[in-house]
Design a protein around this ligand. Structure first.
Ligand SMILES: [Cu+2]
Length: 591
């Protein structure tokens, strides 16, 4: 039987806010953004919430820049403690009624985490998707203290795309972003203008999707106080209320026209599978996807039949056609992805029944579109979009360095599990320690672990200008969105594996497991590459029982960068590793 919770807030009563736009060219490319505490109302019927925000708003202003016109931002850290989020681990995963605690508001018996409350407001800003010199990339340990400004230079020498800027502090990104430290950043270029795509309101609007939870008072009324709640079974925070541009379940009045929505999943951990739903059936054919993380695809694509999947940090550039709809028509954007997401399918036709308490999805609605009486405007969608990239040729990849990374979950007796990334190297023949073996047909490759924690020695030194193939091997039960800083990459393959982890095979450093290419009979996933993933990506989903191969070529800046899972609770503990991009002329001098 499907259990349904009553909705503590009325959906579709707040108008979708449009974050303030900060057009860099109007300021000669010199911007100042204060990072400060503020107050924000997430819903008409909620009291104001304390937040931390860029310019004190949630989301921060949308910064818009032109390709090849550098932007200098003075980030002024004016934060002060305490953290405006109550952080807690509930003592049980379900309440007295058997309802998962992460599906309901309040602390569910958990005590506020004093260490989190005491956070004073150190921050560091990362421009996600930016081709940014290492000194301005927001290294997680190079913090701006409260009272300290930092001036970052962004060359903007990159194609048009929707990026976003957010806090990236070591260990507490999950709290700082949840508190509100995120904003959008749009780069525009001539190619997009040639195509005549909508630019700016009313027909181009960003949709920044984030889940949030709130505390309740002793009468069980929502107080507006932000709550980051985990439980003994689930170490990621999945919150019951979906916000778009900072409002819970908003509504947007649309003209009978084509809209361009720049969609970002800015949630800590939740993956969305978005279905546009009409009176009784999905209407996905109204949506044409024209762009992904790093901008335009080569040609428009339909969204996958089950809906548009966006894990944390993934973006989609969508054209949605409302032009044939009568005034008063309503379409609802629904989410059908249970949490934690593991890639499992869910038919779009059933989206209105997607509520799933055990899947931590009490309220599938995301937002609503309501068609108003206005002039009908139809827009032709260009057949050809990007012309500036192709898939890497087999020749280009033939001699490419190959890197292998295993994603593993380490169970601990006295603390929440650790998610880590094990960097692997082919083991010498005389290696006697723990091994990971990868068998493909007749061939078996033996790997040993060379790094496991963020602080372990760097092992990846990609050479600028040279293609590399990275293999991401998922040995966990959940999907991980893996993000590389700096240049974008392209997906080469997504292949099914079966594996066995040895008894105690995951310890603090080593990994002992055997992997075989090929599908497990119990594996329900199709391991397909969606059409919308065949663009320039910076975040890629790696599903359970799967190896994803990507081709990346770092071309721009030499220095120390990071790659990590973009589930913020994983990134903070300990699914993040450094890499150092190297100019070719320095390679002979490396020890
Ligand atoms: Cu992860």
């Amino acid at each position: 039987m499907t259990r349904v919770l009553t909705q503590p807030l009325v959906p579709f009563v707040d108008t979708l806010p449009v974050p303030p736009r900060l057009l860099a060219p109007q300021h000669d490319g010199r911007l100042t953004v204060a990072i400060r505490a503020g107050a924000h109302r997430f819903h008409r019927d909620l009291p104001e919430s304390r937040i931390w925000g860029f310019d004190g708003t949630v989301p921060g202003p949308t910064i818009e820049a032109e390709r090849a016109q550098p932007v200098r931002v003075e980030w002024r850290n004016e934060l002060h403690g305490p953290l405006p989020v109550v952080v807690t681990i509930a003592p049980e995963a379900t309440d007295a009624d058997g309802v998962p605690v992460q599906a309901v508001p309040g602390l569910s018996g958990g005590a506020p985490d004093e260490h989190a409350t005491a956070l004073a407001g150190h921050t560091v800003v990362h421009l996600h998707g930016g081709l940014t010199p290492a000194s301005y990339d927001g290294w997680a340990e190079n913090l701006f203290a409260p009272g300290q400004p930092a001036v970052f230079h962004y060359p903007m020498d990159q194609r048009a795309a929707l990026l976003w800027y957010h806090d990236h502090v070591m260990g507490v990104t999950k709290y700082d972003v949840y508190a509100g430290l995120a904003g959008l950043w749009i780069i525009r270029d001539e190619r997009e203008r040639e195509l005549g795509l909508p630019e700016g309101p009313p027909f181009e609007l960003p949709l920044l999707i984030q889940d949030r939870n709130f505390d309740v008072d002793d009468q069980e009324r929502l107080t507006g106080q932000l709550v980051h709640k985990t439980d003994p079974d689930v170490m990621e925070a999945f919150a019951p209320f979906t916000t778009v541009n900072g409002k819970v379940w908003p509504v947007l009045d649309v003209q009978p026209a084509t809209y361009r929505f720049r969609v970002l999943n800015g949630s800590n951990a939740r993956t969305y599978r978005l279905v546009l739903f009409g009176d009784e059936a999905p209407e996905l054919e109204r949506i044409t996807q024209i762009g992904t993380d790093h901008g335009l695809l080569r040609a428009p694509v339909s969204v996958p039949p089950d809906g548009l999947v966006l894990a944390s940090a993934e973006r989609a550039d969508l054209l949605v056609d409302f032009s044939d709809l009568e005034p008063g028509s309503e379409l609802t954007l629904l989410n059908t992805a249970a949490a934690p997401f593991d890639g499992s399918a869910f038919p779009a036709a059933d989206a209105s029944d997607a509520a799933d308490l055990d899947g931590l999805l009490p309220y599938p609605q995301v937002m609503r579109f309501r068609v108003i009486q206005d002039q009908v405007t139809r827009r032709k969608i260009p057949h050809q979009l990007a012309t500036d990239y192709r898939s890497p040729t087999p020749e280009a990849l033939a001699g490419a360095p190959r890197r292998a990374i295993a994603l593993v979950e380490r169970e601990l007796d006295d603390a929440p599990n650790m998610l880590t990334m094990r960097e692997l190297e082919i083991a010498p023949d005389d290696h006697t320690g723990p091994l990971l073996t990868l068998t493909e047909g007749e061939q078996t490759t033996r790997y040993r672990t060379v790094a496991s924690h963020f602080e372990d020695a760097t092992t990846f030194f990609p050479m600028l200008g040279e293609y590399e193939v990275w293999q991401l091997i998922n040995l966990t039960d959940d999907t991980h969105p893996i993000h590389l800083h700096l240049d974008p990459f392209q997906i080469l393959s997504r292949r099914a594996i079966r594996y066995e982890i040895r008894q105690d095979g995951i310890d603090d450093f080593d990994l002992a497991a055997s992997i075989t290419l090929g599908r497990d009979p119990d594996d329900q996933l199709d391991h397909a590459i969606d059409d919308n993933e065949r663009g320039l990506k910076d975040t890629i989903r790696v599903n359970p029982n799967e190896i994803v191969e990507i081709a990346v070529r770092f071309t721009t800046y030499a220095g120390r960068y990071m790659y990590h899972c973009h589930i913020l609770e994983h990134e903070d503990r300990d699914m993040m590793r450094p890499f150092v991009t190297m100019p070719p002329d320095l390679m002979p001098f490396m020890a």
